[in-house]
Each structure stands twice: as structure tokens, then as C-alpha cells.
Design a binder for this molecule. Structure first.
Ligand code: BGC
Length: 395
């Protein structure tokens, strides 16, 4: 631990995708047919309302992405808009996303698209979502439909965003829809998501054999407290169940791996049990998340065993003062490129997020954006830290 960065003056290599990520429910606004909208109206989670009104302002937002120097974007398509009722496809929504994707292309942005980013159509949630095999089948059908109808406009596909976060928030911690705390359901949903990924992967390929389809996994870097052997074993177990279990199951049915990297956890075991902690001396984001750029190097190095291309599909910081973001990005990219120099086929990095947005159960408080959003006027303002993009691009 504690290596220093090999190079300070970092530039990304030619052909590298340097993008930003957003997800539909967090930015679009008025996602009325989704399970989250339903629970928002029940007061169980904050209301997303108009969010960033990105549904109407996408073109201006992509223009900003381009102006700050990005060459790629990761967006998500909202299942609840495409299939608002079971088996009823909304062709207007399809046309909308076609315009969105064409607009990205016209602005020189490579298009990475996620099919499921935490939200479900409410009709499916009512039937148990991914708790059942029907949910898996429904996801495969929706994926096939998107491939058939929008496949020509998508450069890189992600099936599911963070299966482990989705299952643990919704079925273990019970703080996101459907607010359950049930170990059996947690395991069922997590397993079903491996199936859902595999079925979607094959469905997309059946419609578009050339499509490049991957998964997005939130992997944590686990550090053994004081490096002692018992803590090392605990870290190995956490790494296996948290980071590898899912990927081991889908490895034959994925063209690439997307890594969302936010967390390093220090693990210690003593007589009173296992402790997972943040390291006190490391800087923290506005959400109290510790930052440890070297962690991304370890998380990426752990993906080498799969022998697949890798993208950092998310990495970012809530930092209202904007005084940590620039260095956060430089350092994480620096460490990511070190993993690349050591043989990992790393092809891109997407910062979370292009703009401030609806941060799930935390509402609109945490500010992750390269671009600030004034929610009363929907005005956008580029933050000073966004200058890091051109610096990294050598532009
Ligand atoms: C999710 C995003 C979220 C971000 C910051 C990731 O877990 O994919 O939707 O906004 O982290 O919490």
C-alpha cells in the first residue's frame, strides 16, 4: 500500500473514451410509470419531480458534455417508458431515445447505454420484479426489443447497473424499493440478476450479433486492517462474495466489464466481531465517503483474471465546494492508467456525473456534477473542476 503515482502530468491515451455518466430516473424528470415514482408519491423516498428536465434538455446537456471536452457519454434507457404496461411498447418513447442517441452521435459522443439502472416499471414491481423468473424473462424481452429498435444507435451496451447495490439496498438494508429486509429474497434477487444479465446478453446478440454487451459492477477495494493474516482472510472472503461471485457466473456471457468504483473498506476482525471501517485520515466527500484513489488500481487489477476489456463506468465525488473534484479525477485516472500500463485492457473512464442530479434516497442534496444545476430555473453552470477534462485530453 501507499505507492505514489508513477506520473503527475497525466494524459489519456489516443482512442481512450473519456466520458460522463447519467441515468434516466436521476436526470430526466417525470418518470411516472416507474416503481420509484410510485414510492416517491407514498413519501418513502424523496420526490424526483422534474429532476434536471433532461428529457427535454438532452441536446443542450450533450452540447455541454462536448464543450467541456468529453468524447463519450453513458446514459440509461428507462424501461418504464419503453414498456409502461406489460407487453405494450411505447413507440413514442422509442422515437425519443432514437433522437437522443442520434443527437449524441452528431456531437461526437460515443454512446454507452444501460438498460436497467435501479428503476423498474411499476407493473413489474407489483409482480415481484427480479424476485421471480418472470422478471428475468421480462428483462430479456425488453432488452431484445431495444436491440431490435435502437440497436443501430448504440455503441456499447450495459445490461444491469450494480446488481449488488440494487439487491442490497432493496432487499437487505430495505432503504430503496421494495423496502424489504429478507436474506432469502436478497440471494434470490442477486442470483436472478445473473440470469437476467445472461438472458439479456443473448437476447441483444440475437438481434444485433455485433453488439458489445457488458455488465456494470460496483466493486470495493478491501484492505486488511494492519495487514494481519486474519484480516487478510476476511478481505479475501469479502472480495469473493462482493466482487467476484457475480462476475464468475456471467464471465462467458459478457464482452466487457464495467467497474463503478467508489469505495475502499478497511476490514478488521476481533473478539467482538468483524468491523468494516473508513480510514479516518483519508479525505471524505460531502456524503462521508472516504476517497482513496489507489483503490481503483486494486479494483481494476482484480478484474485482470477475466481477460476482458474494461471500462470505468462510474467514479465520482459529491463535493459542493468543488475543491476536491479535479484532483479526485486526476488521481483516479492516474491509478487506472497504471493498471492499464500493467496489462489491463482498459478502454475508457466515465465520471459520475455529468451534472448534479437526483441521488436516490438522498434526494437532490449531494452534488456530484461537473455541471451545476439550479433546480429552480434548470440553468446549468459548468464547474471549474470540469477543466480537468481538457487537461487530461491534451486539448
Ligand atoms: C449509482 C448512481 C449513483 C452513484 C452515486 C452509483 O451507485 O450507479 O446511480 O448516483 O453511485 O451514489
Amino acid at each position: 500500500m501507499g505507492h505514489t503515482l508513477p506520473e503527475i502530468n497525466i494524459k489519456v491515451p489516443a482512442g481512450f473514451l473519456l466520458g460522463a455518466a447519467i441515468s434516466a430516473h436521476q436526470v430526466e424528470g417525470n418518470n411516472v410509470d416507474s416503481d420509484w415514482w410510485h414510492w416517491e408519491k407514498q413519501g418513502r423516498v424523496p420526490e424526483s419531480g422534474q429532476a434536471c428536465d433532461h428529457y427535454n434538455r438532452y441536446s443542450a446537456d450533450f452540447q455541454i458534455a462536448r464543450d467541456i471536452g468529453l468524447n463519450a457519454m453513458r446514459i440509461s434507457i428507462e424501461w418504464a417508458r419503453i414498456e409502461p404496461e406489460q407487453g405494450k411498447w411505447d413507440h413514442q418513447a422509442v422515437e425519443h431515445y432514437r433522437q437522443v442517441l442520434k443527437d449524441m452521435k452528431s456531437k461526437g459522443l460515443s454512446r454507452m447505454v444501460t438498460l436497467h439502472h435501479f428503476t423498474l416499471p411499476q407493473w413489474l414491481a407489483l409482480k415481484g420484479g427480479f424476485e421471480t423468473q418472470d422478471g428475468v424473462e421480462a428483462f430479456a424481452r425488453y432488452s431484445w426489443f431495444v436491440a431490435e429498435n435502437l440497436g443501430d444507435e448504440i455503441d456499447l451496451w450495459c445490461t444491469i447497473n450494480e446488481p449488488e447495490v440494487f439487491s442490497s439496498q432493496g432487499y437487505y438494508k430495505g432503504i430503496w424499493p421494495p423496502f424489504k429486509r429478507n436474506a432469502l429474497k436478497l440471494v434470490t434477487v442477486y442470483r436472478n440478476l445473473t440470469k437476467a444479465h445472461i438472458r439479456a446478453y443473448r437476447a441483444i446478440k440475437s438481434a444485433k450479433p455485433q453488439a458489445e454487451v457488458g455488465i456494470v459492477k460496483n466493486n470495493v477495494h478491501y484492505e486488511p486492517y494492519q495487514g494481519n493474516p486474519v484480516n487478510r482472510m476476511a478481505c479475501a472472503a469479502a472480495d469473493y462474495f462482493g466482487n467476484r461471485w457475480f462476475l464468475d457466473r456471467i464471465r462467458r456471457d459478457t464482452d466487457f466489464i464495467g467497474l463503478n468504483f467508489y469505495f475502499t473498506r478497511v476490514i478488521s476482525i476481533d473478539f467482538s466481531g468483524a468491523h468494516v471501517a473508513n480510514s479516518p485520515e483519508r479525505p471524505k466527500s460531502d456524503m462521508g465517503w472516504q476517497t482513496f484513489p489507489e483503490g481503483i488500481y486494486h479494483a481494476l487489477s482484480g478484474l485482470k483474471r477475466y481477460g476482458k476489456p474494461v471500462y470505468v463506468t462510474e467514479n465520482g465525488i459529491a463535493n459542493a465546494r468543488d475543491d476536491m473534484r479535479m484532483d479526485y479525477i486526476r488521481q483516479h485516472i492516474g491509478w487506472a492508467l497504471k493498471a492499464r500500463a500493467e496489462g489491463l485492457d482498459l478502454r475508457g473512464y466515465y465520471y459520475w456525473s455529468l451534472m448534479d442530479n437526483y441521488e436516490w434516497s438522498d434526494g437532490f442534496g449531494p452534488l456530484f456534477g461537473l455541471v451545476e444545476v439550479d433546480y429552480s430555473t434548470q440553468a446549468r453552470k459548468v464547474r471549474p473542476s470540469a477543466a480537468v477534462v481538457k487537461e487530461l485530453m491534451n486539448a
